[in-house]
Design a binder for this molecule. Structure first.
Ligand code: C2E
Ligand code: MG
Ligand code: MG
Length: 596
């Protein structure tokens, strides 16, 4: 083999060493540790090592009976004749001219016997050796022993490859990923007292918009540009992880606050210059959250979630980075507790229940429908508002279970009312996620059939946020419900997107004005004109207009005067259990009374 071929091979070998082993902290892998311990037991030797030969050192990824986790490469037995792919055995080191003067022979640990099987990745390319070492000379290994050592080396290579494959690396950026960070955090304990710096170069919603316009390839280029900018801004050798779709993380040595702040400012500055994605200059919109590992937030909490939850606030802050805040921590803990408890609540018989709030036809002052609202009493935390747990459930698949639960119980209640001679229309709140998943239609038709409920007694309410997801899909789903006879209502209209184009295209039957519109309703105020005009515009579109949050006599009379069809709010009735509703109706809630 010529000198240049050897050099070329060595370059390739070092690339493989880096790729397959650099992510594994020395001594951290239980399988490698078991292999060396098994060899010590089997061969009755004091020392066994998984030794990786890098450019300057031999590094022990697993070791028994050896001080320190590396030695200089030139002392290494394992580096000898590595390209031959064969076992190297030295029965008495003092009798072998190659090793007799080796510092590991003449001094500590006084190696007398050595046998090492190569860690072959491909022919002629070994990462290092799996070796056994003794302090006294030994007879040569027999065939069975050689086979066992070689097999154990194969296991080590297979393990290294599988650890690597097991998603320790992010294929898009080539950076170690979230799993790698978590493993480093838990196995090595090397980060104790250091500072985790979590970097989100742009908010997910903003990226979503850019990807829709510029395509997915843009996203890849953006992430690579951010990676380059960050690596250039860090001190040499800093480790950068890609911990999520849009997040990077690095760990910094503990330092004076002033120095840390200066370093954070440097990162912000690095990302405030335009990043070139192909030829397109793009501005990042960075938020950075900072956590001192092992000091702030106790170990049980998911640090990445905690850091991620802080970035939005950081993005809005003046310097664009924020340190740990115990309030956010407490909030996150509660969210985690609630999310974990939700599945149990769906099975328990005494935690969830529906309450019903009447909807009044303003022209005749009669209750024409009720909205079903979910209530949850957590066994330890007491009543939890749907405004808290529904958005949480919407971040996971739990919302599907909730919607199914609500549909079943509402249909059951409709059937019970019907048996009591009460024909009622119930409207249910549906999340955006429910509409993008094909199960909703089947679940609903099954619930209707199981309880013998007429679909015309049901309305589905959803907010406009669903319309910005996948409009065609949502429209098609809604059409299916309409053809079944189920009414479709748009909830909280006027609180967010309010898009008239969508409104004309979707098969809605009613629109509920958001109660925030009524909050400042004074004669001559902006809201006064807005609501008045909204009511007439929506009626022109042949939609039933419902005003939500009617609390006062003024609200009631104004809206009725402006032609609003229906009203819902504390002025008429608060949400109540099904049994109370029956009493409320009997007492006159369903007919014109002196109350309103
Ligand atoms: P929403 O659908 O807009 O429901 C109306 C909310 O306004 C209810 O709050 C109701 O109690 C409250 N409300 C009614 N009248 C008045 C009033 O006159 N003044 C004031 N200040 N508030 C009034 P709630 O029950 O706390 O529900 C909050 C939100 O949680 C609901 O807003 C809805 O988005 C969601 N939600 C409730 N139940 C469910 C459910 O079963 N499934 C889903 N996906 N979401 C639900
Ligand atoms: Mg609603
Ligand atoms: Mg609403």
């Amino acid at each position: 083999m010529g000198v240049s071929t050897i050099a070329q091979n060595e370059r390739l070998r070092l690339v493989e060493v880096d790729r397959l082993t650099s992510a594994i902290a020395n001594g951290s892998d239980p399988v490698l540790n078991s292999v060396v311990s098994m060899l010590c037991g089997y061969f009755q030797v004091p020392t066994a090592l998984v030794s990786i030969i890098d450019r300057d050192y031999q590094v022990f990824k697993a070791r028994i009976g050896m001080e320190g986790d590396r030695t200089p490469r030139e002392w290494s037995f394992c580096a000898h004749e590595l390209h031959l792919d064969s076992i190297l055995e030295v029965c008495d080191t003092r009798q072998d001219w190659r090793f007799a003067e080796n510092p590991l022979v003449t001094g500590e640990p006084h190696i007398r016997y050595y046998a090492g099987a190569p860690l072959v990745v491909s022919p002629g390319l070994s990462l290092g050796r799996l070796c056994i070492i003794d302090h006294q000379s030994r007879p040569v290994l027999d065939t069975r022993e050689r086979a066992l050592l070689a097999n154990a080396a194969d296991i080590v290579v297979a393990r290294l490859k599988s650890i690597h494959r097991q998603h320790f690396y992010d294929s898009m950026t080539g950076l170690p990923n979230r799993k790698r960070f978590e493993a480093d955090l838990h196995e090595g304990h090397a980060f104790e007292g250091q500072t985790a710096v979590f970097i989100e170069p742009i908010a997910a919603s903003a990226m979503d918009g850019l990807v829709k316009t510029l395509g997915v390839e843009f996203f890849v280029q953006f992430m690579l540009a951010v990676k380059e900018a960050l690596l250039a801004a860090f001190p040499a050798g800093a480790r950068l992880y890609r911990t999520g779709t849009l997040s990077f993380l690095t760990v910094m040595e503990h330092c004076e606050p002033a120095l840390l702040h200066a370093r954070l400012d440097t990162i912000v500055a690095a990302l405030s210059r335009p990043l070139y994605c192909g030829n397109v200059p793009v501005f990042a919109d960075v938020g950075i959250s900072v956590l001192q590992l092992g000091v702030e937030a106790d170990a049980s909490i998911d640090r990445l979630r905690l850091l991620a939850s802080m970035t939005d606030a950081a993005r809005r802050s003046e310097r664009r980075w924020l340190g740990y805040d115990p309030l956010i921590d407490a909030h996150l803990r509660r969210s985690t507790t609630l999310l974990n408890a939700l599945e149990g609540a769906l099975i328990a018989t005494d935690q969830l229940c529906l309450v019903y709030q009447p909807r009044i036809d303003l022209s005749v002052n009669r209750c024409v429908a009720v909205e079903a609202l979910l209530r949850w009493t957590h066994p330890a935390l007491g009543p939890i508002s749907p405004a808290e747990f529904i958005p949480l459930a919407e971040t996971t698949a739990s919302i599907r279970g909730i919607t199914r639960w609500v549909m079943r119980h509402a249909c059951q209640q409709l059937a019970a009312w019907r048996a009591d001679g009460l024909e009622m229309v119930v409207s249910l709140n549906i999340s955006a996620l429910d509409l993008t998943d094909g199960h909703l239609f089947d679940d609903l038709t099954r619930a209707l059939r199981d309880h013998g409920v007429d679909p015309r007694h049901l309305e589905l309410e959803f907010t406009e946020s669903v319309l910005v997801t996948d409009f065609d899909l949502v429209q098609e789903q809604l059409q299916r419900f309409r053809s079944l006879g189920v009414a479709i209502g748009i909830d909280d209209f006027g609180s967010g997107y309010s898009n008239w184009v969508y409104l004309r295209k979707i098969p809605a039957t009613s629109v509920k004005l958001d109660r925030s519109l009524l909050a400042n309703l004074q004669p001559g105020s902006n809201e006064w004109h807005i609501i008045r005009n909204l009511v007439s515009l929506l009626r022109d579109l042949r939609l039933t207009v419902v005003a939500e949050g009617i609390e006062t006599d003024l609200h009631h009379h104004l809206l009725r005067g402006w032609g609003c069809d229906q009203g819902q709010g504390y002025y008429y009735a608060k949400p109540m259990p099904a049994t109370d509703l029956a009493t409320w109706l009997v007492k006159g809630g369903g007919r014109p009374t002196t109350v309103f």
